[in-house]
Ligand binder design. Structure first.
Ligand SMILES: [Fe+2]
Length: 462
């Protein structure tokens, strides 16, 4: 029987088609722009391979746009038809079940299918990466980490694809707050395979979360040349670079990268939008004039306002709507969230209903200048935002929103407490120290305010 690059048997016409399958999965792992071409080559080699149809369905789901949902469901039927004709391995049948569950929005069942496949086939790279991605957008950090830990001992130390696992493991560890181990695995992966942008991304997260922003800039300096074949995920990498500049108070650098990289391609792809929205939001809060940059973002988000496919981007659509003055559209999104399914089989919709709705209400209140309402809504939910998905670094924009609401709402003791909390996590954030100095001054503590100002200046000129 033909096998894929990782030794998993495939129901197919021959090894040539199996190799084309491996090419497509490898391109997906590396975020390569030619992933679609690799999929076409796979279909040209064997248009009846069950896993080819399943892979196509997975790719439709990864786009997370309503227009492709029907095509993902059709991919389930197409793969089942091929299996009925020519049979399939148990592993391949597990993938059909996973795709069917994913297409139905039932994340728990989807993850259970991939987990089971990996217990029996720890070298199933596709199940590994898709599980990693989906668990991340469920906000389930421990699962992100453990799904890799479970299979690592099965992989040989000299396996050329081990760095992919180390990079994924690094990201899981980082999201669980184990920054030392995360950095060790992440750097190990980058040293062996610098083209794996996900591993670079894991280290970038460690440097962000531990406040080592200058180190972050120089780390990325040496690796940007590897992103030339990378798809839009490269924009997310540039967004990470902007976060370092932001923490250093280098807002002009952020704006320049916004125009030339982060938002160079004004797409309606959800990750591109979330990068752009979160960056503009941060910059405006620091008093940076962002010009008419919201206009196109608001327009694009209006077209995605009824998606409700993934909670995390939906929150950013609300942000773009209110930033562009479209309060009615934002309120309509919130209204719709209250009517979404409320059961285990609809993970994202349930997250939107229970966590997304109050968060979206806080976002709307913030932009209306009703800071007391922001505080009332955010304080009870701020430790429970993980089901929205995304990383700690991405959800930080709402931590910053709460801090800013406390400052603008003249709730200075609360602002001081929240800033102290953020400084404990990011002691080298010049932007946070500057805010802290202002709040201490407003509270009449000139001595500590002066010390905080000195600290800000030191960090900005270091
Ligand atoms: Fe990230």
């Amino acid at each position: 029987m033909a096998v894929d690059r990782w030794g998993n048997p495939l129901t197919t016409v021959g090894q040539e088609a199996a190799d084309r399958f491996s090419d497509a999965v490898l391109a997906y792992l590396e975020f390569r722009r030619d992933t679609g071409d690799k999929l076409k080559a796979l279909f040209a080699a064997d248009g009846d391979m069950p896993l080819a149809h399943i892979l196509r369905g997975y790719f439709f789901k990864l786009f997370a746009v309503p227009g492709l949902e029907e095509r993902a469901r059709k991919a389930v039927a197409d793969s089942e038809a091929r299996i009925a004709k020519q049979g399939a391995t148990e592993r391949e049948r597990g993938h059909v079940a996973a795709l069917a569950a994913w297409a139905a929005g039932d994340y728990a069942r989807t993850i259970a299918c991939w987990d089971q496949i990996l217990v029996d086939h720890p070298h199933d790279m596709l199940a590994l990466r898709l599980g990693h991605f989906t668990q991340f957008y469920m906000g389930q950090s421990a699962r992100v980490r453990d799904s890799i830990a479970r299979v690592l001992p099965y992989w040989a130390g000299d396996d050329p694809d081990l760095p992919f696992l180390h990079g994924m493991y690094a990201f899981g560890l980082e999201e669980c707050g184990d920054y030392t181990a995360a950095e060790r695995f992440g750097r190990l992966a980058v040293a062996r395979h610098p083209d794996d942008t996900w591993s670079v991304h894991a280290v970038a997260h460690v440097l962000e979360m531990t406040g080592r922003v200058r180190e972050g800039l120089s780390f990325l300096d040496g690796l940007e040349r590897h992103w030339s074949a990378c798809n839009n995920f490269a924009y997310h990498m540039w967004w990470h670079r902007c976060l370092y500049h932001y923490e250093l108070g280098q807002y002009e650098a952020c704006l320049e990268l916004y125009d030339t990289r982060v938002r160079a391609d004004k797409s309606d792809e959800y990750l591109d939008i979330t990068n752009a929205v979160a960056l503009l939001w941060r910059l405006e809060d620091r008093g940076v004039a962002v010009g008419d940059r919201w206009v196109e973002l608001t327009t694009r988000c209006e077209t995605r306002a009824r998606d409700h496919l993934m909670a995390f981007p939906d929150m950013h659509y609300v942000m773009a709507l209110v930033a562009g003055g479209k309060f009615e559209a934002a309120s309509a999104m919130v209204g719709a969230m209250a009517t979404l399914p409320d059961d285990e089989a609809h993970y994202e919709q349930r997250a939107l209903r229970h966590v997304g709705k109050p968060l979206a209400e806080a976002i709307i209140a913030y932009r209306r200048g009703d800071f007391a309402s922001v505080i009332d809504r955010m304080l009870p939910i701020r430790y429970g935002l993980q089901p929205i998905g995304g990383s700690h670094a991405q959800r930080d924009v709402w931590v910053l929103m709460l801090i800013e609401a406390a400052i603008r709402g003249k709730r200075n003791p609360l602002a001081r407490a929240l800033l102290a909390e953020r400084l404990a996590q990011r002691p080298t954030s010049a932007t946070t120290w500057a805010n802290y100095a202002d709040v201490l001054e407003a509270l009449g503590d000139s001595k500590q305010a002066g010390a905080a100002r000195t600290k800000t200046a030191e960090l900005r000129t270091a």
